[in-house]
Design a protein around this ligand. Structure first.
Ligand SMILES: [Zn+2]
Length: 477
């Protein structure tokens, strides 16, 4: 009997042995090919905020790196995104068609045939597309959505370059996208969230190692991996297109962010705060900040927060996003999920244990900071801004470029004292008011039941701009 699989980590291989009762090595001979496909070129780019700019960016990338007949796949989160991007690419002169579960079988079949026979160049698809496709000359796979794990990314990006010729795998990363995907994972399989956070931490936010070495670690080849030899300048890190960063202690900023969350709650301004809302409020913009700044109660916490806010260094929105994302990846903040009419919405909660450690000085919160304004894939345009901000405030954790593009460190590293430990296994992370998963540590999650439903409906509009009406059963398998 021969067993074949395309993408299996060490753990999965052990599982297969266990399930088949071939746990003894001599009972089943293994032949393991390397995960490393040297013709694939990996890039993480900052994803622009506006859909119009996203379409320009991706069209430019395709135009500038490929011949006019090169074919590829663009993975997106929703059906609507698939349609919009296909339209945009057609307008930019790149023939494209959407592919998702909302289309008829016949239409999907036709689209597949047109693409296979090179009559259209690009398929914009939800991740359901790909099972069983075997087109050897796919020259690029772009992700406009964040994959669920390193394994998923390997599988999806691995559809590029099966003919052995060079092919590009580009991930367009925007931090806010994390919170479009995590509720879907929570909904389908909450136990898979740690793998998703691992992907964010190591691949999307990682700026300290070769992209391939991250994949090598995940697939058990990390010890043998030599970037100069095995990557051979085929990722943006090895090409020095991501900024050089070092960790900077930012404990007081982290505590300030936690205070923002507490005050919003204790003053009854907002019980459940999304990542975006927290980023805005922390940097003193948006309606929630207005409610704080105009609050006339004599609660000392409000007054203290205003004083702390005035002392904060001026930092761009992307830097706030990076700090708050790092807080989440370090579990100072955790995601809480509340059911809406359609699916779940992610809210930021305080991990009271980690907060106490920060207050007591048992841990230091650290964020990556650009040290030399390194080239920065997709970050070149932002570089000037960064250096300007830096001169205004040398201690500021600078943005590494547009909320991604090799955005940032993802974890707190030790400086002198023990630093918040990034636990790679965070299966306890998710909690939900509907499913009552216990997070395993004290989390500030009280929800006022009375107005919950109304609030959820309102907030869902605030949080999601996508069509999450979740007949999108094709989005996540
Ligand atoms: Zn590399």
């Amino acid at each position: 009997m021969m067993l074949l699989t395309a993408t299996a980590t060490k753990e999965v291989r052990a599982d297969i042995r266990r399930v088949l009762r071939y746990e003894r090595n001599d009972a089943l001979e293994s032949f393991i090919g390397s995960f490393n496909r040297t013709n694939l070129i990996y890039r993480v780019h900052a994803k622009p905020d506006k859909i119009k700019d996203q379409m320009i960016a991706v069209a430019q990338d395709i135009h500038s790196h490929h011949t006019i007949d090169a074919c590829g796949i663009l993975y997106v989160t929703s059906r609507k995104d698939a349609e919009t991007l296909a339209d945009g690419l057609n307008t930019a002169g790149i023939s494209s068609r959407p592919y998702h579960a909302g289309l008829s079988d016949e239409r999907r079949h036709q689209t597949h045939l047109l693409w296979r026979s090179n009559q259209i160049r690009v398929i914009t698809a939800t991740i359901a597309f790909g099972m069983g496709i075997d087109k050897p000359d796919v020259r690029f796979v772009h992700h406009f959505c964040i994959p669920k794990s390193l394994e998923n990314y390997m599988q999806e990006s691995g559809r590029a370059g099966r003919d052995g010729h060079d092919a590009r795998c580009v991930l367009w990363y925007k931090r806010k996208d994390v919170f479009r995907v995590s509720p879907m994972i929570h909904d389908s399989n909450a136990a898979a969230l740690p793998k998703f956070y691992q992907f964010i931490r190591q691949f999307c936010e990682g700026t300290t190692s070769c992209r391939r070495s991250v994949l090598a670690d995940a697939f058990g080849e990390g010890e043998l991996f030599v970037p100069a030899q095995h990557c051979n300048l085929k990722c943006d890190f090895c090409l020095k297109q991501v900024p050089n960063e070092k960790k900077t202690a930012q404990t007081s900023i982290a505590l300030y962010v936690l205070d923002v969350l507490s005050v919003l709650k204790t003053e009854g301004i907002k019980q459940d705060v999304t990542f975006s809302q927290l980023c805005d409020t922390a940097r003193n913009v948006g309606t929630l900040w207005k409610s704080i700044s105009t609050n006339t109660s004599h609660n000392p916490s409000i007054a203290q927060l205003k004083v702390a806010a005035a002392k904060n260094p001026k930092m761009p929105a992307t830097t706030w996003e990076k700090i708050i994302m790092t807080m989440m990846l370090n579990e100072v903040l955790v995601e809480g999920f509340i059911a809406t009419s359609y699916s779940f919405t992610s809210y930021m909660r305080v991990n009271m244990n980690e907060k106490a450690k920060l207050i007591n000085g048992d841990t230091i919160f650290a964020v990556s900071e650009v040290v030399d304004g390194g080239a920065g894939a997709g970050g070149a345009a932002k570089k000037k801004k960064v250096s300007k901000k830096k001169s205004a405030s040398t201690k500021t954790a600078s943005s590494s470029g547009g909320g991604g593009g090799g955005g940032g460190g993802g974890g707190g590293a030790a400086k002198k004292k023990k630093v918040s430990k990034k636990k790679s296994s965070t299966s306890k992370k998710s909690e939900s008011t509907s499913t009552k998963h216990s997070p395993g540590f004290p989390v500030d999650i009280s929800v006022s039941a009375g107005s919950k439903r109304k609030r959820n409906e309102r907030q869902e509009q605030e949080v999601f701009t996508i069509d999450s009406s979740s007949d999108d059963d094709d989005d996540f398998e």
